[in-house]
Design a protein around this ligand. Structure first.
Ligand SMILES: NC(=O)C1=CN([C@@H]2O[C@H](COP(=O)(O)OP(=O)(O)OC[C@H]3O[C@@H](n4cnc5c(N)ncnc54)[C@H](O)[C@@H]3O)[C@@H](O)[C@H]2O)C=CC1
Ligand SMILES: O=C(O)[C@@H]1CCC=N1
Length: 270
C-alpha cells in the first residue's frame, strides 16, 4: 500500500480517512497533520500518525490529500515547497473548491495532481465524489486513487476541472440546500403542534421515504412521482401553486449559479 498523508484533519479528511480504513485493512501509518494535535486525537485513535508538521507528513508519503480550506492552501503549499519537499514522485490529491491544478503546480511544480470533490454523506458511505485526473497519471495510479475513494459512495469521473466545479455545487453543496428544506419542514411541523422530537422523526422518514421512492422507481420520471401525489383539485396542487408563485425553479437555478460564481471567483483569487 502506498503511504498516504492528509494535510488538514477536518471534516472532509476525516470522511476520506474513515473510508480508506473501512476498505483497506492494510492502510496503516496514514499521516494526518494539522495545527492542533488535540484535534487530531480521533485519527490517532484509529492508528494514524498525527503531527503538527505538514512537512513531515508530506515528506513521508506518496499520496498527499490536501484537506485545508482553499484560503489556506497557498500558504500550506508554499510551506511544503520552501521546506524542500520534492513532489516529483508524489501524487497531490486536492479537495479544495475553486483551486485549479495550474495554481497548485505554480506553487509546487508537482507533476501529478488530482482534483476531487467529495460530499459529507461520504461519512456514511453515501456520498458523491467527483474526480478529475490530469493527463500524465498512469492507469495504475488512477485505479489506486479511485480505490481509496470508492468507499465514500458514488465516484463520478469528470473530464474537466469545470466538471469538478459543477459537481462541487450539485453534489458537494447541495446537501446544505436539502438540509435547509428539511429544517423548514421541521419548523412547520412544530408550527402545527408536533413536538420537536416528533418533528425530527417526521423529517427523517420524509427524507428516507421520498428518496427511496425515487430510487425504487428508477425508470419513472421524478415529475410522474410528483404527479402521483397531486390529486386533481386537491390539497397538494394548492401547495405546488405556491412553489410556482415563489418561482421555485428559478430560485434553485440562482442557488447553483451563486455557488459557481463563488467557485470562479476563488479560481481568480488563487
Ligand atoms: N465540507 C464539505 O462539504 C466539502 C468540503 N470540500 C473542501 O474540503 C476542504 C476542507 O473542508 P472541510 O473539511 O469542510 O473544512 P474543515 O474546516 O473541517 O477542515 C480544515 C482543516 O484544516 C486544518 N488546518 C487549518 N490550517 C492548517 C494548516 N496550516 N496546516 C494544516 N492544517 C490546517 C484545520 O485545523 C481543519 O481541521 C476545503 O478545501 C473544501 O473546499 C470539498 C467538498 C465538500
Ligand atoms: O462550501 C464549500 O466551499 C465546500 C465546497 C462544496 C461543499 N462545501
Amino acid at each position: 500500500m502506498s503511504k498516504i498523508a492528509f494535510i488538514g484533519g477536518g471534516n472532509m479528511s476525516s470522511c476520506i480517512f474513515d473510508g480508506i480504513k473501512r476498505a483497506h485493512k492494510d492502510a496503516d501509518d496514514i499521516y494526518v497533520s494539522g495545527p492542533h494535535l488535540e484535534k487530531l486525537a480521533k485519527f490517532a485513535d484509529k492508528k494514524a500518525k498525527i503531527t503538527t508538521s505538514n512537512v513531515e507528513a508530506a515528506k513521508e508519503s506518496d499520496i498527499i490529500f490536501l484537506g485545508v480550506k482553499p484560503q489556506m492552501l497557498t500558504s500550506v503549499l508554499q510551506e511544503l515547497k520552501d521546506n524542500g519537499i520534492d513532489f516529483s514522485a508524489k501524487i497531490l490529491v486536492s479537495m479544495a473548491a475553486g483551486f485549479k491544478i495550474a495554481s497548485i503546480r505554480r506553487l509546487t511544480a508537482a507533476p501529478y495532481i488530482v482534483r476531487i470533490m467529495p460530499s459529507t454523506p461520504a461519512k456514511i458511505g453515501l456520498g458523491i465524489t467527483g474526480i478529475y485526473f490530469e493527463n500524465g497519471i498512469d492507469d495504475k495510479n488512477k485505479k489506486l486513487i479511485s480505490s481509496l475513494l470508492e468507499p465514500l459512495g458514488m465516484l463520478c469521473r469528470l473530464n474537466s476541472e469545470e466538471g469538478i466545479n459543477a459537481i462541487g455545487a450539485l453534489a458537494g453543496s447541495a446537501p446544505a440546500f436539502l438540509y435547509r428544506f428539511f429544517e423548514a419542514v421541521e419548523h412547520e411541523c412544530i408550527r402545527y403542534g408536533f413536538s420537536q422530537s416528533d418533528a425530527r422523526k417526521i423529517v427523517e422518514q420524509l427524507g428516507l421515504g421520498t428518496s427511496s421512492m425515487v430510487i425504487h422507481n428508477h425508470e419513472t420520471p421524478i415529475s410522474a412521482l410528483r404527479e402521483a401525489v397531486t390529486s386533481k383539485g386537491g390539497t397538494t396542487y394548492e401547495g405546488l401553486q405556491q412553489m410556482t408563485a415563489f418561482k421555485f425553479e428559478e430560485m434553485i437555478e440562482e442557488v447553483f449559479k451563486a455557488c459557481m460564481k463563488k467557485t470562479h471567483l476563488f479560481e481568480e483569487m488563487f
